[in-house]
Write a protein that binds this ligand. Structure first.
Ligand SMILES: C[S@@+](CC[C@H](N)C(=O)[O-])C[C@H]1O[C@@H](n2cnc3c(N)ncnc32)[C@H](O)[C@@H]1O
Length: 511
């Protein structure tokens, strides 16, 4: 073990995810919909930024001054490289939480985010983080925090324990991280094959263990094999947050805001009778049995009057981030799949189909003849953001200021995509954050930036890069062997890219 890593898994890098909940624009709309006064975010901080994809995208795509740390120097190195490439003035460090939080040169923050941290650090680090929030979060400031939740983990927490105990006692210390994980999973299989009484008491354990085996090893290493790992009941988390004067603001999952998608009527009614907000959330966790919570917490929850709330919502800009013809009118909540009302959603999506940002007030006027109330419109916006089809858009002028930085970052990322498929995020100045663009599409963008203007040329460009590295494509689960087959497959992808994704990327100022 490295002596800086405090038992945290450090011999296998973390995944390269982008987390939109860390985007201050996402935070703002969630609070606004919940009727809360939201801070204007000038200074923000991400604790434990991992590979730094989120913090680099947010620093490039908005005027917010970001700070952050992750004690893994390889990860901090990539985060710094991306921030440097964009020209953003982000201050990203490789300090431990204890070192970083003791710095005297940090500003006070309007927004502090921690994604995938709280469960995986020990109580000493939780003390450091809570003390930092108490001292450095401004009054009215917001914290985004995600964590593994109980009772949702009651089936897999014992399985995790089985795996870490097996690794500690029966796997050779020099085994590779992937080898340790394989050995642990094989051991779990062996135990479950004996049909233990545990299995009878936890009917879903086989299905959940099968799902584990499909996950990326880097993810599994960090999720399951840290020394520190503590899922909490919501009420325990709330007690920690209260020490930093934080109250629960709202869920950072937009679909959680529409309870008809998540709760049966009797559950909804029971929750409505529970006066204490903490108990209400704890009970809700029993009802939905989620494993992972994502929440916004606030230092001083001030309520907007209904008049202020609807006025601010009407000024909120949103932009469609999916190809309109591909959008089906279904949504998956905890209670299952539900149909979205076509008399509301179809005209709303049509009004947004050109990917130009519009305020909710403008949309209300556009849809005036359709007898759609403002409450229905606002709810539809929340559902579509929750599904990743719509994003809150930056205020006019802000996107223009960020464009140079996002162009520089995106150029760096598309060049990087020549050698690697790991980062699937590019930055949009319009959404103030990242969006998913897979490697092939990044290569097509690069070809286009280099002056090639038709999909066939983009396909050949991509093939030259892949074939030089001995890489080939798959079709219907089988590898394609000849150059002609690979180019044909890439051409199909490039044509689809030109038709569906490129107009969207242009509108979002990514291309
Ligand atoms: C589960 S990962 C999450 C990373 C990132 N937030 C994400 O979701 O992609 C936890 C991260 O916290 C960092 N970390 C853990 N303990 C830390 C500490 N004491 N000080 C600083 N960083 C720490 C690790 O290096 C790792 O990148």
């Amino acid at each position: 073990m490295n002596n800086w890593s405090e038992g945290y898994v450090a011999d296998i890098g973390y995944t390269y995810g982008y987390y939109p909940e860390l985007n201050p624009l996402r935070m703002r709309l969630a609070l606004l919909y919940s009727g809360l006064v939201c801070p204007e975010v000038r200074n923000a901080c991400e604790l434990g930024f991992g590979q730094g994809i989120s913090v680099a995208a947010h620093a490039a795509a908005s005027p917010v001054q970001w700070h952050g740390t992750d004690f893994n120097p390889e990860q901090a190195g990539l985060a710094q490289e991306l921030a440097r490439a964009s020209g953003a003035a982000a201050q990203l460090h490789d300090a431990s939480f204890a070192e970083f939080c003791a710095r005297q040169d940090l500003p006070d923050f309007d927004f502090i985010g921690l994604h995938g941290i709280w469960t995986w650090v020990n109580d000493g680090n939780r003390e450091v983080i809570v003390d930092f929030i108490r001292r450095k979060l401004k009054v009215g400031g917001v914290v985004y925090l995600s964590q593994n939740t109980l009772p949702g983990w009651s089936t897999l927490a014992p399985v995790r324990r089985l795996m870490t105990d097996h690794v500690a006692t029966a796997v050779a210390p020099g085994e590779s991280p992937a080898g340790r994980i394989d050995a642990a999973l094989a051991f779990v299989d062996k135990v479950l094959a004996t049909q233990p009484a545990f299995q009878a008491a936890h009917a879903d354990v086989l299905q959940r263990v099968a799902a584990l085996k499909t996950l990326d090893k880097s993810y599994l290493a960090h999720e399951y094999f840290n020394q520190a790992w503590q899922p909490m009941y919501f009420s325990e988390l709330a007690a920690w947050m209260a020490r930093a004067k934080l109250a629960h603001a709202c869920s950072a999952r937009y679909l959680d805001h529409i309870e008809a998608l998540n709760l049966a009527p009797a559950q909804h009614a029971l929750l409505g009778q529970i006066a204490d907000p903490t108990l209400r959330q704890t009970v809700r966790d029993f009802m939905v049995n989620q494993q992972f919570r994502k929440d916004y917490w606030i230092k001083g929850a001030r309520r907007l009057t209904p008049f202020e709330q609807s006025a601010q919502l009407r000024e909120q800009r949103v932009v469609l981030t999916a190809h309109r013809p591909d959008i089906t009118l279904q949504v998956n909540g905890i209670t299952g799949e539900a149909n979205l009302n076509p008399t509301i959603y179809a005209p709303l999506l049509d009004a947004l189909a050109d990917h130009r940002p519009r305020t909710l007030g403008e949309l209300e006027q556009d849809l005036a003849k359709r007898q759609i109330s403002f409450a229905q419109l606002a709810q539809a916006v929340m559902v579509l953001v929750g599904q990743g089809r719509l994003e809150p858009a930056a205020a006019k002028g802000e996107a223009q200021q960020a464009r140079q930085r996002t162009d520089a970052l995106n150029q760096h990322l598309t060049r990087r995509a020549c050698g690697s498929a790991d980062i699937t995020t590019l930055a949009s100045p319009l959404t103030g954050g990242g969006l998913t663009v897979l490697r092939a599409s990044q290569l097509f963008l690069l070809a286009r930036a280099q002056g090639q203007d038709d999909p066939q040329a983009w396909a050949r460009f991509a093939w030259n890069i892949l074939s030089a590295q001995g890489q080939t494509l798959m079709k219907d689960g089988k590898p394609l062997h000849t150059a002609a087959d690979n180019i044909a497959q890439l051409t199909v992808q490039a044509q689809a890219f030109a038709e569906k994704q490129l107009p969207l990327l242009k509108a979002l100022q990514v291309a």
